[in-house]
Design a protein around this ligand. Sequence first.
Ligand code: UDX
Length: 475
Amino acid sequence: MSLETDPAALALRAARPTTLCVIGAGYVGLTAAVCLAQLGHRVGCVETDPGRLRAIRAGHVPIEEPGVAELLAAHLASGRLRVTDDVAEGVSGASVAMLCVGTPPTARGDPDLRQIAHAARAAARAATDHLVLVVKSTVPPGSCEALELLVAPERGDVRVTVASNPEFLREGRAVFDFFHPDRVVVGVDPPGSAELVVSLYPAAWPRVVCDRRSAELVKYAANTFLAVKISFANEVAGLCEALGADADQVLHGVGLDARIGAAFLGPGPGFGGSCLPKDVSGFVAVAEAVQHPARMARAAEAVNEDAIVGLVAKIESAVGPLRGVRVGLLGLAFKAGTDDVRHSPGLGLATALAAAGARITAHDPLAVVPQMPGLQFDDPYEAARGAEAVVVTTAWPAYRELDLRRLRREMAGSVVVDAVGVLDGAALSAAGLEWYGVGRGRPLGFHPVVTGPLEWALEGEPASGTAISGSPAGR
Ligand code: UDX
């Protein structure tokens, strides 16, 4: 749903309009700042990068996020949104400072919290009255408590407390998600002091109010569960390939169970982006720190790594040894609707194929990868020109409209691996293309008949007195 078609959401107002500061104007911070202004708050948004600050002040949005530009223009004009590079100016008069800075993963997989510590200290130094630091960034459980201790020397006699309020916005849908949250999670200690943070949002929004460690863990656990679902779908897809079953039908049948749900149950090239991979490794790192095994999270990571390995093997078994083979990649963004290539399956596949000696060309409607100079084309057919195989790695709607006969004419070979399931199998075959996918498309091998406990039935009755566990006779 676009913003324009959803005036009801945009008419929502915060339970109590407040003066607040948002520190960091990236995907999370800028979206939060403009949406909070829309809810009726007076927002001071702090951004220290001079180029980004200039752009935002001029009404230019440095991120690809539908709806943010309109809200930015509206609230620069309404005066409810100010943008500054000075934390003291942003915090002036504010009772809440939201920390929305990056927490990139370290080499060990746990998040680097230096930016958040820096922002918290600066906000505490600038506080003149009771200030609640609200941590929006994803941080390991215990971080809010640690931040409160960290800022203690900076705040003088002023009271500065720290609350957790993780965000669940998806890139490309962040404004929609902001106004339609499944829940608002607020973590505070002591319990009962959540009122100020809770009242930043409309009273009707579902909320979970809990202690800070629990709130921090909600975010890690939610994203890890999404990753587990995706990896489970890919495990089922692999099994479908081995058995000759259709993963789309199987997972459709599974997802219709209301206890399971269809979301994040599609087979594909694995999960990517700036959050899921980082949060799963963060979950594992948190668990390791307290000697907890985190077996599900580790399995989700392992299956995800295998997704790219499996695609390379699939391409190789379809076209032969990859050295010198031209492969056209359609899709570099980690998902449709964004120009973000962080941990993108398309880029992961390009790297793996290049390492195997393949020659890559690529197309993406939005994403530009500086490490691929001269190899990216503005037109998907150009990216496919002369290729032995074409692989679709991002589910851009535009790829559904591809002229498959033209694609076939441009290609040197006929192999199409649709890793994201956007193309029509019958249309591919009609265009003379060989269709492969993840858990769908042309089977790559021989599917053995798996009879398991029914072998006794096929081979004759068991000798009397022989118990066959699991067989009807054994019941
Ligand atoms: C995610 C969370 O959804 C969001 O709550 C959190 O705040 C940030 O991380 P985002 O990174 O924007 O959001 O992407 P999302 O739409 O969740 O997709 C994550 C990855 O999973 C993408 O690579 C996507 O292609 C993949 N995915 C998603 C699948 O492979 N299969 C699916 O069925 C769904």
